[in-house]
Design a protein around this ligand. Structure first.
Ligand code: PEP
Length: 266
């Protein structure tokens, strides 16, 4: 059974170029998020912009469905790790999520084993891991499915079952990242992957675990393909890259989870 609340994550990568730009995008995303009833929104800016955006988070008893996420963390909580930032340090700035294992970080040498340690560090600090998995290319024999399974097994190795519900999985086929909606996975194909991921997690952890997890789709989500993916993909939301830097485009993507005429499974 899928969790009711949806989650849409904005991965700004190494953008925008200054804090004023980050504040401007964040302010517009905050307005769009406010209109959403059953959807949480996470903005994941560069580390340098986190402190200033932290001050702009919704305050008081008002609606709290907008959160800050990091694009990465180090696997240790503190220590002699030059140039790194830990979940432990990010807590001070109300960072509630961390994107882990993004393919652009894996390109820099991050292995499943390191991602496993990062997941554990995030959970230790009360930061929810948003774990990215996905194949670089597909083959007709379906070997890529074994690759996905291996990623899941490695990344969650040794994790106590009770922590699984705090994790979010993003299926991001690497070949679909950074293009246009025309090059993304279809909703129907995402449905197949969603089932595969949930089934695999249930095999690893026991029967109910995978079915209760949030599984998102990432890879060239734009206004044009968001509805198809949401309606057919059996997903709990999106990880949005380039389109999240354009607040109007991003708000249109959010709206697929808010429009009353769209019937969404789960
Ligand atoms: C990403 O890299 O996480 C991503 C989803 O990017 P894009 O939407 O630009 O494909």
């Amino acid at each position: 059974m899928m969790k009711k609340r949806k989650l849409v994550v904005a991965n700004w990568k190494m953008n925008p170029t200054n804090a004023e730009g980050a504040k401007s995008i964040f302010g517009k995303i905050r307005r769009a998020a406010k209109k959403m009833k059953q959807t949480d929104v996470v903005a994941a800016p560069s580390f340098v912009h986190i402190p200033v955006l932290s001050k702009l988070l919704p305050k008081g008893n008002g609606k709290k469905n907008l959160f800050l996420g990091a694009q990465n963390i180090h696997q240790k909580d503190f220590g002699a790790y030059t140039g790194e930032v830990s979940a432990n340090q990010l807590k001070e700035f109300k960072v509630r999520y961390a994107i882990l294992g993004h393919s652009e970080r894996r390109e820099l040498g991050e292995s499943d084993e390191i991602i496993n340690e990062k997941v554990q560090s995030a959970l230790r600090q009360g930061v929810a891991p948003i774990v990215c998995i996905g194949e670089k290319e597909r083959d007709s024999e379906g070997e890529y499915l074994n690759f996905i399974k291996e990623q899941l097994v490695n990344i969650f190795r040794g994790l106590p079952k009770k922590y699984l519900a705090d994790c979010v999985i993003v299926y991001e086929p690497v070949w679909a990242i950074g293009h246009t909606f025309k090059d993304s996975l279809s909703g129907t194909d995402m449905h197949v992957m969603s089932l595969f991921i949930r089934k695999t997690l249930s095999e690893i952890f026991g029967k109910d675990y995978g079915w209760n997890m949030k599984v998102l789709y990432g890879g060239s989500v734009e206004n044009e393909n968001a509805e198809d993916l949401m309606k057919k993909g059996d997903i709990s939301g999106f990880l949005v890259g380039h389109a999240s830097l354009d607040p109007l485009e991003f708000s249109k993507i959010l709206k697929v989870f808010g429009s009353p005429q769209i019937k969404n499974a789960g």
